[in-house]
Design a protein around this ligand. Structure first.
Ligand code: PLP
Length: 376
């Protein structure tokens, strides 16, 4: 056995779509990106979506869209991937790390409230592993203090929470299509909002400062009896090379069609894990999974003898991981850290187990059998 932790599910549909892009000879920022943006906005029920080359870029631009003064503070969970907090530093802002809820591992809202100070301008809830942060509680609180909310949806794509898609509760939602995620474009990301004014400059910011759509509005010059001046562009904002390209968007459009089936398969697998491990004393599911209600990018357990069990699983050909080493103890972030005592200790128990849409029933039974047979 050699079971991967994550694996993209790509097939002939994606290959054909890439072939089409080759044949059109349009592989950069082009019409497929627009098409994918429109489909994604429709899929999550947002007014506007902008395609970028990663969720890291999406998070960077999401905070940049608000033009916060340098040195302001952003509440962010300690239990997340580096990119969530790096986006804060990219914007010359300061991260304020928030501990995790002991049960769901999402942001502990009480700790978040305790850590609020007047310098705080935004909060980035992360739907860790795909489990929703209680947005119905977070949003009114953020509103009360005038805080902007950027949802990190890297681990969820397409889940509804209380009837509303995750990513559309806050001001901006950021999704990831990196290869280990619920669907992939190789690398890629999407930003969504229901406040198009907020994205006024974001199209330019994601493509070197030029809003390609503005080219279409060079109409004004036609009215002045000039030629179309289709070469006209203006630089008004500092931009980055963060755009999604047509190759990625072509893959994304196909993946989006498959997403409901891939999510359904992941839910089945999680249910099999939950059933197969429920009477094993020494391991507990990472969180209160609700596979019928939400979509999960990761399945994990908490185990007292974490390291020994991980080495044993490796010896049996089962890949595992730990998501994550809390950011508040990472050297890069330490100066703002060591303030999330629960998660800084608890994360030592975490094991992420294989989860992807192509895992077979035999493989899942094998993994469960190996965990059950381990002498704790
Ligand atoms: C919670 C979280 N946020 C952001 C990212 C960044 O995503 P990307 O790789 O698309 O930049 C990841 C990627 O693993 C993530 O897990």
């Amino acid at each position: 056995m050699n079971i991967r932790l994550f694996k993209p599910s790509l097939g002939t549909e994606e290959l054909e779509a890439v072939k089409d892009a080759f044949e059109r000879s349009w592989v950069g920022l082009g019409p497929k990106v627009n098409e994918f943006e429109e489909k994604w906005a429709e899929f999550v029920g947002a007014k506007l979506a902008i395609g970028v080359n990663s969720a890291t870029a999406a998070l960077h631009l999401a905070l940049a869209a608000f033009r916060f003064p340098e040195g302001k503070k952003v509440l962010v969970p300690s239990l997340t991937f580096s990119a969530t907090a790096s986006a804060i530093l990219y914007n010359r802002l300061i991260p304020v790390f928030v501990d995790s809820d002991p049960v769901t591992l999402g942001m502990d809202l009480e700790d978040m409230k305790r850590k609020y100070t007047e310098d705080v301008v935004a909060v980035i809830p992360v739907h860790y592993a795909g489990h929703p942060v209680p947005m119905e509680k977070l949003m009114p609180w953020a509103g009360e203090y005038g805080l902007k909310v950027v949802e990190d949806c890297a681990h969820t794509s397409g889940a509804l929470y209380k009837g509303k898609a995750l990513g559309t509760w806050g001001d901006i939602g950021c999704y990831s299509f990196e290869e280990k995620k619920l669907m992939t474009t190789g690398d890629g990301g999407m930003m969504v909002t229901n406040d198009p004014e907020l994205f006024k400059d974001v199209k330019a910011m994601r493509w070197v400062g030029i809003d390609k759509d503005n080219w279409k509005t060079a109409q004004a010059y036609v009215d002045a009896n000039h030629d179309a001046l289709h070469w006209f562009y203006e630089l008004n904002v500092l931009g980055y090379k963060y755009n999604m390209n047509d190759l990625a968007a072509s893959i994304g459009l196909q993946q989006l069609k498959k997403l409901p089936a891939m999510n359904a398969r992941r839910s089945q697998i999680i249910q099999q894990y939950l059933d197969g491990l429920k009477d094993v004393e020494s391991v507990k599911p990472l969180l209160p999974y609700e596979p019928d209600n939400y979509v999960y990018q990761m399945f994990g357990i908490r185990a007292e003898k974490r390291d020994e069990l991980m080495i044993y699983l490796k010896s049996k050909g089962i890949a595992t991981g730990c998501h994550y080493t809390p950011l508040s103890i990472q050297p890069l972030f330490r100066q703002w850290g060591f303030n999330c005592p629960f998660i800084e200790e608890e994360a030592n128990k975490f094991i992420t187990l294989p989860l992807h849409a192509e895992l077979t029933d035999d493989e899942i039974s094998y993994i469960i059998g190996i965990i059950r047979s381990y002498k704790y």
